[in-house]
Design a protein around this ligand. Structure first.
Ligand SMILES: *Cc1c(COP(=O)(O)O)cnc(C)c1O
Length: 399
C-alpha cells in the first residue's frame, strides 16, 4: 500500500496523529467546484477546503503561476527578498488600504494561526508592559497554537491543555455592554471575526463592529479583525469588515489568499506595524517566492472576475434557493459564507452524511446548522444541482 492508495479501512498502522477523526473521503483530484475520490466518484465541493479554494480547484491561472514559479525559484532566506513577495505584498496592501483608508505593512505567514500569533505579539509590543490583555468573543475561532487557542473563545478546547497562556479574556459575542465592562487600561487589543465562521456562521449584529471600534478608540486599544475565513471576497466584499464600514488597525488573513497554497498574512496600519523592530518576529518561510506567486495570481484573478460582485450574486441565488426549502428555518451569513438553520428535529450531521452519499460536500457547523462555502466561481447549474441534492437529503432525513 502506498500513500496514493491510502485506505483508512483495513489499515494496519495509520501514519497520522489521531487529531482529525476518521476521514470521510479520500479525494484525489478536483476541477472548479468538482472533486473526485479515489473510487472515481464525483462530488460538488460546497466547502472549498473551508473557504480556501475560493477560485475553484486546480484553477488554471493559479496553477500556471505556481508551476512557472516552481521551476524558477522556490525560496530564499529572509536575509534577502524576492520579486514575488514584494509584488504580492503591494497587491494585498492595496486591497487593505482601499478597505481601511490606511496605508499599512504586512508580514507573510504560512497559516491562519500564525497570522493571529503575529497580531497578538504586535498587540503586546504595541501595548507595552502592564497592557497586554487581549479580549475576544465566546464562540470565536482564532487558531490551534497555544496563544491563538487561548484567544479562541471555546473553553472546552482549552481544558486538555491547561494552563493556557496568560492575558486573554472572553466576552459574550454580539454584546457591546459585556465588552465595555471587560475593556480597561490593561487591554492591548480586541480580536474579533466579522462573521464567526467555526462558531456557526454568526454575522456581527448591526452596530457591533462600530461599537468595538469606538470602544477601542476610547481606551486606546487595537482593533484586530480576523478575516482568515471571511477575507478575499468571500462575503461579497473584499473583507468582511467592509459590510459594516469600520476600519480596523490590524487584519489577519490566510485561507483563500493562496487558493490552497499555504500562506497567510498579518497586516497592520503603518504606525502600528512600526513598533516591530528587526528580530521581534520572523519565519523561515515568510514571503517565500512560490507561495507569494500564488497570492498575486489569486488577487489578479479575483480582480479580473470581480470576485466580490460574483460572491454577492451567487450568494443571493444560493440563499434564495435554500430559504425555499421547508426544512430550512432561516439562512444566515453574507455572500458565499452561508449557514442554513434547520427546523427543530432535523440533525445537521445526519443531513451532512446523507449529502456526502449523494455527492455534495458541505459541513454541519453545529447540531442544527449546515454551512455552505462554495467556490466564488460556482455556476448557476451547480447551485441548482446542489439545491436539489439538499432538498432530497432533507426529505429523506425528516421522513
Ligand atoms: C481557519 C481559521 C483560523 C486558523 O487558520 P489555520 O490556517 O487553520 O491556522 C483562524 N481564524 C479563523 C476565523 C479561521 O476560520
Amino acid at each position: 500500500m502506498n500513500a496514493h492508495t491510502f485506505d483508512t479501512t483495513g489499515i494496519e498502522h495509520c501514519p497520522f496523529m489521531p487529531v482529525f477523526g476518521a476521514p470521510a473521503l479520500n479525494i484525489e483530484r478536483g476541477r472548479g467546484t468538482e472533486v473526485w475520490d479515489t473510487d472515481g466518484k464525483r462530488y460538488l465541493d460546497f466547502l472549498s477546503g473551508i473557504a480556501v479554494t475560493s477560485l475553484g480547484h486546480a484553477n488554471p491561472v493559479v496553477a500556471d503561476a505556481i508551476c512557472r514559479q516552481a521551476s524558477t525559484l522556490l525560496h530564499v532566506s529572509n536575509f534577502f527578498t524576492n520579486p514575488q513577495a514584494t509584488a504580492a505584498a503591494i497587491k494585498v496592501n492595496e486591497l487593505l488600504q482601499q478597505a481601511t483608508g490606511h496605508a499599512g505593512q504586512l508580514f507573510f505567514t504560512n497559516s491562519g494561526a500564525e497570522s493571529n500569533e503575529c497580531a497578538l505579539k504586535l498587540a503586546r509590543k504595541w501595548g507595552g508592559r502592564g497592557r497586554h490583555t487581549v479580549v475576544s468573543a465566546f464562540g470565536s475561532f482564532h487558531g490551534r497554537t497555544l496563544a491563538t487557542l487561548a484567544a479562541t473563545g471555546q473553553p472546552a478546547k482549552h481544558e486538555p491543555f491547561a494552563p493556557m497562556p496568560e492575558g486573554f479574556k472572553h466576552v459574550a459575542w454580539g454584546d457591546l455592554d459585556a465588552l465595555r465592562a471587560s475593556v480597561d487600561g490593561s487591554v492591548a487589543a480586541v480580536i474579533i471575526e466579522a462573521i464567526q465562521g467555526e462558531g456557526g456562521v454568526n454575522p456581527a449584529p448591526d452596530g457591533y463592529l462600530q461599537g468595538i471600534r469606538d470602544l477601542c478608540d476610547e481606551v486606546g486599544a487595537l482593533m484586530i479583525i480576523d478575516e482568515i475565513q471571511t477575507g478575499f471576497a468571500r462575503t461579497g466584499e473584499w473583507f468582511g469588515f467592509e459590510i459594516d464600514g469600520v476600519s480596523p488597525d490590524v487584519v489577519t488573513l490566510a485561507k483563500a489568499m493562496g487558493n490552497g497554497m499555504p500562506i497567510g498574512a498579518c497586516w497592520a496600519r503603518k504606525d502600528v506595524a512600526a513598533v516591530f523592530q528587526p528580530g521581534d518576529h520572523g519565519s523561515t518561510y515568510s514571503g517565500t517566492a512560490l507561495a507569494t506567486a500564488a497570492v498575486s495570481a489569486v488577487v489578479d484573478e479575483m480582480r479580473r472576475i470581480d470576485a466580490p460582485r460574483l460572491a454577492t450574486q451567487q450568494g443571493e441565488r444560493l440563499a434564495g434557493l435554500l430559504a425555499e426549502l421547508p426544512q430550512v428555518e432561516s439562512v444566515r451569513g453574507a455572500g458565499l459564507i452561508l449557514g442554513a438553520q434547520l427546523v427543530e428535529g432535523i440533525s445537521a450531521p445526519d443531513v451532512y452524511r446523507s449529502l456526502l452519499d449523494a455527492g455534495l460536500i458541505c459541513n454541519a457547523v453545529n447540531a442544527t446548522t449546515l454551512r455552505f462555502l462554495p467556490p466564488i466561481t460556482v455556476t448557476d447549474d451547480e447551485l441548482t444541482e446542489a439545491t436539489s441534492m439538499i432538498a432530497h437529503a432533507l426529505n429523506g432525513v425528516s421522513s
